[in-house]
Design a protein around this ligand. Structure first.
Ligand code: NAP
Length: 283
């Protein structure tokens, strides 16, 4: 079997076209969604990631600003910026790019973002809302993974292995899959014979960051494979899955790059649109 490609770039393009027409409608009613990204320091990869979010927002008609702070910024200064953005009615979505300089506590910063502007969905209030089934901003990578999976058919009754238990990918995606009536096993570095167990699963979602971890021989025939891994190897982005061999055994598979990544940025835009709607009382 040769897998069908889950082309994240194409799926993201269609999804963003839908968002752009919703933004246009909001603008006709005098509402222009704004995404503001806060970054501290001059890390090249982080800066380019921030600029790409900024450009993506502008491309669908939103406004987008970057607050660029120095590497030596104090925690109090970051909290002051967030307080200003929280109280600025023109700002709908706030993202803080991590990692932050070591003198700034990531936990304190996440708690300081107003939950109704926390479009990453990482603040404790929004995480709590996700797990209690209340309206919230679903974290962007898990939401993007669920959008990709819509193209592969129903998840009801499927056995799914999620590899990696981080708060930003593995744990929330396990919750979203469970909500879709899949049966989920959450695996991690202490799982015994992890790759040996994978052949029992209909869907594999790997969020580890270990290139070559999963090979074709580990997969069930016809498995759906979502590779979240993103690791630079010799200047090229690599996923966790040996793509060339795995695509001959899977039914659907994401490439790296061009799989999950484009959907993550798309869902930042999705959540910013929701923030603008909810702020204006539109459901
Ligand atoms: P993380 O916080 O470092 O978590 C990695 C997880 O992998 C941990 O739960 C760890 O287990 C588990 N793990 C490590 N080695 C393992 C092994 N040999 N077998 C099984 N599990 C193992 O990483 P993250 O932030 O979730 O990101 C994971 C990957 O996804 C990275 O490559 C990251 O760049 C990528 N990513 C991509 C996107 C995107 O948009 N494409 C977005 C976010 C992240 P323990 O908990 O036991 O340590």
């Amino acid at each position: 079997m040769t897998a069908e490609l889950l082309n994240g770039r194409e799926i993201a393009k269609d999804y963003r076209a839908g968002l752009a027409s919703e933004v246009e409608k909001l603008k006709e009613n005098g509402i222009t969604p704004n995404l503001t990204v806060v970054i501290a320091g001059n890390d090249g990869a982080s800066l380019s990631y921030v600029r790409s979010k900024n450009k993506a927002a502008e491309k669908i008609g939103m406004t987008s600003d970057i607050v660029h702070l120095g590497e030596d910024v104090t925690e109090a200064e970051v909290l002051e910026v967030l307080d200003r953005l929280n109280n600025d009615d023109n700002v709908n979505g706030i993202l803080v790019q991590v990692p932050l300089p070591e003198q700034v506590s990531e936990d304190k910063v996440l708690e300081a973002i107003a939950p109704h502007k926390d479009v990453d969905g990482f603040s404790p209030v929004n995480i709590g809302r996700l797990y209690t089934g209340q309206r919230t901003f679903v974290p962007c990578t898990p939401l993007g993974i669920m959008e990709l999976l819509k193209h592969t058919g129903s998840l009801e009754g499927k056995d799914v292995a999620v590899i990696g238990r981080s708060h930003i990918v593995g744990q929330p995606v396990a919750k979203l899959l469970t909500d879709q009536n899949a049966t989920v096993t959450l695996m991690h570095s202490r799982t015994k014979d992890m790759v040996g167990k994978l052949s029992a699963y209909d869907v594999i979602i790997s969020a580890v960051g270990s290139p070559g971890l999963i090979k074709a021989e580990h997969l069930k025939d016809g498995a759906v494979v979502i590779d979240v891994g993103n690791t630079m190897v010799d200047g090229k982005l690599s996923g966790d899955v040996d793509f060339d061999a795995a695509k001959e055994k899977a039914s659907w598979i994401t490439p790296v790059p061009g799989g999950v990544g484009p959907l993550t940025i798309t869902m930042v835009l999705n959540n910013t649109l929701l923030a603008a709607k909810w702020h204006n009382g539109i459901e």
